[in-house]
Ligand binder design. Structure first.
Ligand SMILES: *Cc1c(COP(=O)(O)O)cnc(C)c1O
Length: 220
């Protein structure tokens, strides 16, 4: 077994059935992704559209590609032909562009609304009220080529377990509050390498794990 295969195997033994594993492969070469693919992984997450498109072109076509990073409206067109799920949607303007580009490709693209949960100031993400306003907006409901499938959040980058618990509990409670009124919301995307066990304990249905599978990233 190679390292990636072993890491994947070990992580899978800690993830309950019903929780989806997104293998976050940003910055990693295609040869690494292929090792994960050969070990059975079919869902990959990237945070740069161009890098994801380059990998999509050369890799097997039964992969589900998730965009987990912040998306600039003018770049949606470069992934609209193949992206399966966009995790960090935080505006009507972006939803409208995703819908437009999906329509051009005769597709429906699933999206998650990014909710601000970290105590630290983050630039991106919606407040709970802003998310509800979007879900209720007639302009959003009339977008036929997007599907809002759930919500996503990022906890503060910290080892403080109590803080992690509180932040995940907060978004998880919001997810449960939304579900009766918006039954299409099935996905709660929370949890990364350092905090996914806490996230799963707090109801995560989708974890995004990179370094624990592929090793630490080098940013050049
Ligand atoms: C990089 C990244 C991850 C994965 O981070 P790891 O700590 O390597 O598991 C998860 N989610 C988002 C949004 C990311 O950008």
């Amino acid at each position: 077994m190679n390292d990636i295969e072993r890491n994947l195997h070990n992580i899978k033994t800690t993830i309950p059935e019903g929780v989806t594993l997104v293998a976050v492969s940003k910055t990693k070469p295609v040869s690494d992704l292929m090792q994960a693919y050969d070990a059975g992984q079919r869902i990959f997450g990237e945070n740069k559209i161009q890098e994801m498109a380059e990998k999509w072109e050369v890799m097997p076509k039964d992969i589900s590609w998730h965009m987990i990073g912040h998306v600039q409206t003018n770049k949606v067109k470069y992934m609209a032909a193949f992206v399966d799920l966009i995790h960090a949607v935080d505006s009507y303007k972006l939803l409208k562009e995703i819908d437009k580009q999906a329509k051009k490709n005769n597709r429906t693209i699933s999206c998650l609304l990014q909710i601000k949960i970290a105590e630290e100031e983050s630039k991106f993400g919606l407040s709970k009220q802003e998310a509800i306003t979007l879900l209720d907006a007639e302009e959003v409901k009339s977008l036929d080529n997007i599907h809002i499938a759930g919500i996503m959040g990022m906890a503060t980058f910290t080892n403080n377990q109590e803080q992690l618990h509180n932040e995940f509990e907060n978004i998880s409670a919001f997810f449960e509050e939304l579900q009766p009124k918006y039954p299409q919301l099935k996905t709660l995307s929370i949890g990364m390498s350092g905090d996914y066990k806490v996230a799963i304990a707090r109801g995560s249905t989708m974890v995004r794990i990179g370094s624990s599978i592929f090793g630490a990233r080098n940013y050049g």
